[in-house]
Design a protein around this ligand. Sequence first.
Ligand SMILES: NC(=O)c1ccc[n+]([C@@H]2O[C@H](COP(=O)([O-])OP(=O)(O)OC[C@H]3O[C@@H](n4cnc5c(N)ncnc54)[C@H](O)[C@@H]3O)[C@@H](O)[C@H]2O)c1
Length: 331
Amino acid sequence: MKFLVTGGAGFIGSEFVRKAVERGFEVCVVDKLTYAGDIKRISNIMERITFYKEDILNKEKLLEIFEIEKPQIVVHFAAESHVDRSILDPFKFIDTNVKGTLNLLDIALRSKIDLFINISTDEVYGEIKDKSKKFKETDPLVPNSPYSTSKASADMLGRAFFRTYGLPVITVRPSNNYGPWQYPEKLIPVVIWKAINEEPIPVYGNGKNIREWLYVSDCVEAIFLIIEKGKIGEIYNVGSGEEKENIEVVKTILYILNKPEDLITFVKDRPGHDYRYALDSKKIKTEIGWQPKTDFYTGIEITVKWYLENIHWLKEKIQALKEFWEEIYKL
Ligand SMILES: NC(=O)c1ccc[n+]([C@@H]2O[C@H](COP(=O)([O-])OP(=O)(O)OC[C@H]3O[C@@H](n4cnc5c(N)ncnc54)[C@H](O)[C@@H]3O)[C@@H](O)[C@H]2O)c1
């Protein structure tokens, strides 16, 4: 079985690639290596995969790669993935996330692949204020940021290719992932870095926004189970059920690192900031038999430990982020 993995040098994609190689699958990766991509995440398995540094917007090259590799399964992670950046420059998000996905779907159709796993996100549903409710796969998509809108478009294009052309697509909508190797523009690694260095920790608004935190290897395990047991044309939510306010996440990290809470600095809220995301993940649990294995506290402890042990990688990334942080957090 051969996988073609897009975005395989990114945070979640690289975890999938490492695990796929461990499980004995043949893997080729297509990744543009944007600021968010890093070959170091898969350096230990590079000799066992084929790597193409390529943009999913380059259709000719993609066609060539599909002809050479003849993959049976496409797992499509590649995306511009940061909401704040989508607010600064939405155009790139439409290019990569919408047009790039369309390219892949079209080539996958022509290449007669067996399965296309389209990695979407919980953010496509928009926010859910009523705490007694969670989003089901059948709920309408009401995205609010340029990022989530581009992902919703990609999600719907995948479904359209299934319905219109019969491309065997399965849509996966995971909640917020965290874990080792996450680029330090996302909440958890930002907080870890700032806390280690005892710098002000930027928290949007009043810190009460709620996210459902999913440990990255649990997410990847769900994707493998969906590949094995999922039904073509279906959508699967993947959420841990562990809802936390941002401020609680920050305080947990400070507690683990034994740092004072007065490092917390509330900054002007993100424009259009969604209050709460929450997924009903009964379908994947009952139909596929997936369960998250890593509880939030354990996952955060492992993650903090990993960043402490890989502080050079974190530091290298932080240099490039300083200007971006000034623009975003006005710190
Ligand atoms: N991180 C999360 O919490 C989360 C939650 C739900 C869904 N998702 C989705 O999962 C997927 C992976 O997320 P992530 O956090 O690993 O993202 P990431 O930003 O860490 O990685 C994205 C990867 O895609 C590559 N890429 C970007 N543009 C490309 C292009 N034009 N051509 C080829 N490669 C390109 C980058 O180089 C990078 O390696 C994305 O589709 C994202 O929307 C992420």
